[in-house]
Design a protein around this ligand. Sequence first.
Ligand SMILES: [Mg+2]
Ligand SMILES: [Zn+2]
Length: 272
Amino acid sequence: MAGVVVVFDFDKTIIDIDSDNWVVDELGATDLFNQLLPTMFWNSLMDRMMKELHAQGKTIEDIEDVLKRVPIHPRVVPAIKTAHSLGCDLRVVSDANLFFIETILNHLGIRDCFTEINTNPSYVDEDGRLRIFPFHDFHSSSHGCNLCPPNMCKGKIIERIQASFAKEGQKRIIYLGDGSGDFCPMSKLKEVDYAMPRKNFPVWDLISKNPELIRAEIHEWTDGNELEPVMLNLIKKITFQDSVQLLSVDCKFETIPMAVHEPLRPALPVNQ
Ligand SMILES: [Mg+2]
Ligand SMILES: [Zn+2]
Protein backbone atom coordinates (compact mmCIF):
# COMPACT_ATOMS: atom_id res chain seq x y z
CA MET A 1 0.00 0.00 0.00
CA ALA A 2 2.60 2.55 -1.12
CA GLY A 3 -0.29 5.02 -1.50
CA VAL A 4 -0.55 5.30 2.31
CA VAL A 5 2.01 7.38 4.21
CA VAL A 6 1.75 6.97 7.99
CA VAL A 7 3.47 9.78 9.89
CA PHE A 8 4.21 9.19 13.58
CA ASP A 9 5.12 11.65 16.26
CA PHE A 10 7.56 9.85 18.61
CA ASP A 11 7.22 10.93 22.27
CA LYS A 12 3.92 9.81 23.87
CA THR A 13 2.85 8.39 20.51
CA ILE A 14 5.28 5.56 19.61
CA ILE A 15 6.76 5.45 23.12
CA ASP A 16 4.59 6.11 26.15
CA ILE A 17 6.60 8.94 27.71
CA ASP A 18 8.73 11.92 26.64
CA SER A 19 12.25 10.65 25.85
CA ASP A 20 13.94 13.93 26.85
CA ASN A 21 12.29 13.93 30.29
CA TRP A 22 12.93 10.20 30.64
CA VAL A 23 16.72 10.52 30.11
CA VAL A 24 17.01 13.61 32.35
CA ASP A 25 14.92 12.01 35.14
CA GLU A 26 16.55 8.57 34.97
CA LEU A 27 20.05 10.10 35.10
CA GLY A 28 19.12 12.23 38.11
CA ALA A 29 19.26 15.69 36.51
CA THR A 30 15.61 16.72 36.94
CA ASP A 31 16.29 19.61 39.36
CA LEU A 32 18.83 21.29 37.09
CA PHE A 33 16.53 20.78 34.09
CA ASN A 34 13.60 22.45 35.89
CA GLN A 35 15.85 25.27 37.08
CA LEU A 36 17.10 26.07 33.53
CA LEU A 37 13.81 25.49 31.65
CA PRO A 38 12.41 29.02 32.15
CA THR A 39 15.62 30.53 30.71
CA MET A 40 16.23 28.39 27.60
CA PHE A 41 14.49 26.91 24.54
CA TRP A 42 13.80 23.21 25.13
CA ASN A 43 16.06 22.03 22.29
CA SER A 44 19.04 24.15 23.47
CA LEU A 45 18.39 23.02 27.04
CA MET A 46 18.66 19.36 26.03
CA ASP A 47 22.10 20.02 24.49
CA ARG A 48 23.08 21.79 27.73
CA MET A 49 21.77 18.86 29.82
CA MET A 50 23.91 16.44 27.82
CA LYS A 51 26.93 18.66 28.64
CA GLU A 52 26.04 18.59 32.35
CA LEU A 53 25.53 14.82 32.40
CA HIS A 54 28.85 14.32 30.57
CA ALA A 55 30.60 16.54 33.17
CA GLN A 56 29.07 14.37 35.91
CA GLY A 57 30.71 11.31 34.35
CA LYS A 58 27.60 9.89 32.62
CA THR A 59 28.61 8.06 29.44
CA ILE A 60 26.89 7.45 26.09
CA GLU A 61 26.38 3.84 27.25
CA ASP A 62 24.56 5.13 30.36
CA ILE A 63 22.23 7.15 28.08
CA GLU A 64 21.71 4.16 25.76
CA ASP A 65 20.88 1.88 28.72
CA VAL A 66 18.24 4.37 29.93
CA LEU A 67 16.76 4.69 26.42
CA LYS A 68 16.49 0.88 26.08
CA ARG A 69 14.31 0.80 29.22
CA VAL A 70 11.81 3.34 27.86
CA PRO A 71 8.15 2.35 28.50
CA ILE A 72 6.14 1.43 25.40
CA HIS A 73 2.65 -0.03 25.07
CA PRO A 74 2.88 -3.72 24.02
CA ARG A 75 0.59 -3.23 20.96
CA VAL A 76 2.56 -0.39 19.37
CA VAL A 77 5.47 -2.41 17.92
CA PRO A 78 3.12 -5.06 16.43
CA ALA A 79 0.94 -2.27 14.95
CA ILE A 80 3.97 -0.66 13.30
CA LYS A 81 5.21 -4.01 11.97
CA THR A 82 1.76 -4.79 10.50
CA ALA A 83 1.48 -1.37 8.80
CA HIS A 84 4.96 -1.88 7.35
CA SER A 85 4.15 -5.41 6.14
CA LEU A 86 1.03 -4.01 4.41
CA GLY A 87 3.41 -1.85 2.34
CA CYS A 88 2.69 1.52 3.97
CA ASP A 89 5.40 4.18 3.89
CA LEU A 90 6.13 4.94 7.57
CA ARG A 91 7.88 8.09 8.73
CA VAL A 92 8.75 9.77 12.03
CA VAL A 93 8.33 13.51 12.67
CA SER A 94 9.63 14.36 16.15
CA ASP A 95 11.01 17.17 18.27
CA ALA A 96 13.21 14.68 20.20
CA ASN A 97 16.58 13.93 18.53
CA LEU A 98 18.05 11.39 16.12
CA PHE A 99 20.27 9.62 18.69
CA PHE A 100 17.40 8.96 21.14
CA ILE A 101 14.98 7.86 18.41
CA GLU A 102 17.39 5.58 16.52
CA THR A 103 18.66 3.98 19.76
CA ILE A 104 15.08 3.13 20.79
CA LEU A 105 13.84 2.03 17.33
CA ASN A 106 16.94 -0.16 16.82
CA HIS A 107 16.44 -1.67 20.27
CA LEU A 108 12.79 -2.44 19.43
CA GLY A 109 13.86 -3.93 16.07
CA ILE A 110 11.69 -1.54 14.01
CA ARG A 111 14.21 1.03 12.69
CA ASP A 112 13.97 -0.45 9.17
CA CYS A 113 10.16 -0.07 9.13
CA PHE A 114 10.66 3.70 8.66
CA THR A 115 11.77 5.40 5.45
CA GLU A 116 12.44 8.73 7.11
CA ILE A 117 13.14 10.21 10.56
CA ASN A 118 12.59 13.98 10.62
CA THR A 119 13.98 15.26 13.92
CA ASN A 120 16.63 17.39 15.60
CA PRO A 121 20.11 16.28 14.48
CA SER A 122 22.52 14.91 17.10
CA TYR A 123 25.90 13.23 17.25
CA VAL A 124 28.45 11.99 19.77
CA ASP A 125 31.51 14.26 19.76
CA GLU A 126 35.15 13.17 20.24
CA ASP A 127 34.85 13.59 24.03
CA GLY A 128 31.90 11.18 24.11
CA ARG A 129 29.35 13.93 24.74
CA LEU A 130 26.03 13.88 22.91
CA ARG A 131 25.44 17.13 21.02
CA ILE A 132 21.85 18.08 20.07
CA PHE A 133 21.04 20.77 17.49
CA PRO A 134 17.87 22.42 16.18
CA PHE A 135 16.18 20.86 13.10
CA HIS A 136 15.61 24.39 11.84
CA ASP A 137 18.57 26.72 12.43
CA PHE A 138 16.64 29.59 13.99
CA HIS A 139 19.86 31.56 14.61
CA SER A 140 20.21 32.21 10.87
CA SER A 141 16.50 32.53 9.96
CA SER A 142 12.99 31.89 11.29
CA HIS A 143 10.74 29.16 9.87
CA GLY A 144 7.97 31.74 10.02
CA CYS A 145 5.31 29.65 11.83
CA ASN A 146 4.12 31.18 15.09
CA LEU A 147 2.33 28.00 16.24
CA CYS A 148 5.56 26.01 16.52
CA PRO A 149 8.76 26.18 18.60
CA PRO A 150 11.65 28.02 16.84
CA ASN A 151 13.69 24.85 16.23
CA MET A 152 10.99 22.88 14.41
CA CYS A 153 7.74 23.44 12.50
CA LYS A 154 6.27 19.98 11.85
CA GLY A 155 3.78 21.60 9.46
CA LYS A 156 6.65 22.61 7.17
CA ILE A 157 7.83 18.97 7.17
CA ILE A 158 4.34 17.76 6.19
CA GLU A 159 4.23 20.34 3.38
CA ARG A 160 7.60 19.06 2.12
CA ILE A 161 6.28 15.46 2.19
CA GLN A 162 3.09 16.57 0.37
CA ALA A 163 5.15 18.39 -2.28
CA SER A 164 7.11 15.16 -2.93
CA PHE A 165 3.79 13.42 -3.84
CA ALA A 166 3.62 15.59 -6.96
CA LYS A 167 6.39 13.40 -8.42
CA GLU A 168 5.28 10.09 -6.88
CA GLY A 169 1.53 10.27 -7.56
CA GLN A 170 -1.48 10.67 -5.26
CA LYS A 171 -0.93 9.47 -1.69
CA ARG A 172 -2.87 9.78 1.52
CA ILE A 173 -1.50 10.59 4.95
CA ILE A 174 -2.43 9.20 8.35
CA TYR A 175 -0.85 11.41 11.04
CA LEU A 176 -0.59 10.24 14.67
CA GLY A 177 0.41 12.59 17.49
CA ASP A 178 -0.32 13.85 20.99
CA GLY A 179 1.43 17.18 21.54
CA SER A 180 0.67 20.83 20.81
CA GLY A 181 3.43 20.66 18.15
CA ASP A 182 1.29 18.13 16.24
CA PHE A 183 -1.54 20.61 15.67
CA CYS A 184 0.29 22.57 12.94
CA PRO A 185 1.06 19.46 10.81
CA MET A 186 -2.50 18.12 11.32
CA SER A 187 -3.85 21.46 10.03
CA LYS A 188 -1.85 20.91 6.80
CA LEU A 189 -3.59 17.58 6.04
CA LYS A 190 -6.10 17.47 3.14
CA GLU A 191 -9.71 16.21 3.07
CA VAL A 192 -8.54 12.77 1.88
CA ASP A 193 -6.13 12.41 4.84
CA TYR A 194 -6.65 11.24 8.42
CA ALA A 195 -5.64 12.89 11.70
CA MET A 196 -5.21 10.60 14.72
CA PRO A 197 -4.92 12.84 17.80
CA ARG A 198 -4.36 11.15 21.17
CA LYS A 199 -7.50 11.74 23.24
CA ASN A 200 -7.23 14.18 26.19
CA PHE A 201 -3.69 15.19 25.18
CA PRO A 202 -2.74 18.76 24.07
CA VAL A 203 -3.29 18.24 20.31
CA TRP A 204 -6.75 16.81 20.99
CA ASP A 205 -7.65 19.85 23.13
CA LEU A 206 -6.44 22.20 20.37
CA ILE A 207 -8.51 20.34 17.75
CA SER A 208 -11.58 20.37 20.03
CA LYS A 209 -11.26 24.16 20.32
CA ASN A 210 -10.45 24.78 16.61
CA PRO A 211 -12.19 21.99 14.63
CA GLU A 212 -12.65 24.31 11.61
CA LEU A 213 -8.85 24.34 11.09
CA ILE A 214 -8.67 20.58 10.43
CA ARG A 215 -9.77 19.35 6.98
CA ALA A 216 -8.71 15.72 7.50
CA GLU A 217 -11.08 13.14 8.98
CA ILE A 218 -10.38 12.86 12.73
CA HIS A 219 -10.00 9.51 14.53
CA GLU A 220 -9.00 9.73 18.19
CA TRP A 221 -7.18 7.06 20.22
CA THR A 222 -6.29 6.74 23.90
CA ASP A 223 -3.43 4.21 24.04
CA GLY A 224 -1.76 1.37 22.12
CA ASN A 225 -4.87 -0.81 22.54
CA GLU A 226 -6.80 1.68 20.40
CA LEU A 227 -3.94 2.97 18.24
CA GLU A 228 -3.53 -0.46 16.61
CA PRO A 229 -7.13 -1.11 15.42
CA VAL A 230 -7.86 2.56 14.57
CA MET A 231 -4.72 2.87 12.41
CA LEU A 232 -5.06 -0.55 10.74
CA ASN A 233 -8.75 0.05 9.96
CA LEU A 234 -7.89 3.35 8.28
CA ILE A 235 -5.19 1.62 6.20
CA LYS A 236 -7.73 -1.05 5.17
CA LYS A 237 -10.33 1.63 4.35
CA ILE A 238 -7.87 3.54 2.12
CA THR A 239 -6.76 0.28 0.46
CA PHE A 240 -10.39 -0.60 -0.29
CA GLN A 241 -11.27 2.87 -1.60
CA ASP A 242 -8.18 2.92 -3.82
CA SER A 243 -8.97 -0.53 -5.26
CA VAL A 244 -12.56 0.55 -6.05
CA GLN A 245 -11.19 3.64 -7.77
CA LEU A 246 -8.72 1.52 -9.79
CA LEU A 247 -11.55 -0.81 -10.80
CA SER A 248 -13.70 2.07 -12.06
CA VAL A 249 -10.74 3.46 -14.03
CA ASP A 250 -10.29 -0.01 -15.64
CA CYS A 251 -13.97 -0.08 -16.64
CA LYS A 252 -13.72 3.33 -18.30
CA PHE A 253 -10.75 2.16 -20.35
CA GLU A 254 -12.71 -0.90 -21.53
CA THR A 255 -15.56 1.19 -22.85
CA ILE A 256 -13.36 3.58 -24.85
CA PRO A 257 -12.15 1.09 -27.53
CA MET A 258 -15.71 -0.22 -28.05
CA ALA A 259 -16.93 3.29 -28.77
CA VAL A 260 -14.08 3.82 -31.18
CA HIS A 261 -14.57 0.53 -33.05
CA GLU A 262 -18.35 0.64 -33.25
CA PRO A 263 -19.26 4.30 -33.60
CA LEU A 264 -22.50 3.61 -35.49
CA ARG A 265 -23.96 1.08 -33.09
CA PRO A 266 -27.29 2.54 -31.86
CA ALA A 267 -27.66 2.98 -28.14
CA LEU A 268 -29.98 0.37 -26.62
CA PRO A 269 -32.91 1.73 -24.66
CA VAL A 270 -32.61 1.04 -20.94
CA ASN A 271 -34.85 -1.75 -19.47
CA GLN A 272 -34.83 -4.01 -22.53
MG1 LIG B 1 4.57 13.65 21.27
ZN1 LIG C 1 4.18 25.19 12.39
